[in-house]
Design a protein. Sequence first.
Length: 663
Amino acid sequence: MTLARTFVLFSYGLFTIAAQSLLFRDFLTTFEGNDIAVGIFFGSWFLWVGAGAALAGKSRFLARKLVGNIELLFLCYLPAFIAQFILIVQARELAGLESYALWSFRAILIASFIVNAPVSILTGLLFPTACRWIGSDRAVWQVYVIEAAGSFVGGVAATLLLWLGADPAAIFLILAAVVCASVFSVRLAALLTPTSSDREGGDVPRRLRLGLVRPARATACIVSFLLSAAFVFLLVSGFNNTLSAYLQTIKWKKLLSEGVPAGSFRTAQAEYLYGSYRGQWVAIREGSACETLPDKASAGQIAAISLCQNPKAESVLVVGSGLGLCSQFLQLPQIRSVTWASTDPEYARKIDAFIPAEMRISDSRFDRLSGDLRRTLAENLQSYDIVVVNLPDATSSVLNRYYTIEFYDRIKRSLKSGGVLAVRVTAGENIMGTELINMGASIRLTLNEVFARFVLTPGEDAWFIVSDSEHLTSDPAVLRDRFQSIERADAVFPPEALLSVYLPDRAAAALESYSNADLPENLLINRDSMPLTHLYSLLLTAKRSGAPLARLAKLLTLAGPLVFLVPVLVLVVLRLLYVFGAEAGSGRSGFDSSLLVFSAGAVGIGTVIVLMYLYQTYFGSLYLHIGIISSLFMVGLTVTGAATGALLSGAAAKRSTQGRISE
């Protein structure tokens, strides 16, 4: 195999994984960081790869055409990437969903299969085509190893560039230049090296043959070179910045109808757009607002809910969306310290550089955590009077970490005597469905495992207030008087308004509903090792979006792991009966090898998805690190593929030697 062809195959792997990493980021943004979407992304990706490979393998006519034009097929990656990126960004419009509507499981599934098609199909078409293009007995494992090595480099390089601050548009231009350069190299090699048909005279004089062939090769060589130079020029001229700004405006207008974003910044977890909207400063993440300043009304109510339970509080910890909430706490002279812990520590470190000066918190009593919150809680024992967990529902494994027994236990250890914890939960104004009840019951029972007492403020956004203090109460009049005794309480929230926040009758009805959840207690307590609140949050999202699989998922949960093991056991038994019951000399069935390969693929990618989930749970989002994770998977494929190829080559050489000796 020539060096030029090796470069093409290496670039094939490099572009595939790097492009996958870039597309995955926007896929997560479009589908709101939903963990279900992660599995669907990779499932649909590999399904289309298989479909492309099957298409190239079944049609001999298509296979011959592809082999003869493999460089052109490789160049098709560039328009395919652009098409797939547009499909992902416009997925909501394709599905007919408004910006505020929830994705249903069915809509996610259908949209994923549509938007993932272009690059995946080309990837599937290219592999068998490349094997025929190499045209040697060792073509399959050679292509596999070189492509896997390129994938490793592509994943690492894309992640490194993103970490260094390069925008996705710039990375695409680099990838496009590499693709065109590889095609240029192989075309140049073909131009300089005569083929076997060139060397054979035949009926056509050699000079005439070369005169017909070389101009076509020269044209292809020049075009690929010019394309590569054009992409480099676009990168150097800053076209990527113009393109990125245009794409950010599109994303902004999907949620907010007015204005354009003032800018954006990226962290390891997400891309954030920020700007002004109707007199407020807004930050957007994954298609929804994650920070709004100023926000005195709702933030003041949240602060008052917890302050009235501990009116002498001096130190406060706010977890989640909280700059506005921190500002409200800092209105009180008695507060000595307010600490803010975001689920994205990098966002907390960067945000001040983009907030307008008049809205920044410049109070010396304010601090923000820049590291892992759990580790900080373990180090800061008995440090806080109030902890407020103001987070969205646990629809991702990252958020579920803040709803487990282990997390609440660390908070308890960090609270001072009489300290209070407030946890937000989605509820219902009057009537709650099964999914809302199960999610609320899960949070309530999990808190009850750690804290002795709790009260509830009902509403669309309910709040569990928990503590070991005997002073915890749900009496509205007592709580109003407590809050009113705080100096400058009116600057935070009107004390009289607490009478409409703490509603004992409605709170009792909500607690009664949680007590009647249709799930056993062992399937409600949320732990790091068993993320049940995450499950019920996903079921709630599925129910709200009209997905018919919500009830099925709950039934599977009740059934336990046995329901998943039974089909495997049935398959094993049937295969054993077939193997031992088959007549001697009947030969091997093609089904055996197909099942083996299918099972290897299913177990392999299934294990990768599980490991991705665990990685996200313990180390944060996959948004930045997906390229590294995929590249590590490709390292294993590269090493084992090369080792297997060497073993097969050695075995073939040994058989050949034995055959010559026997002759």
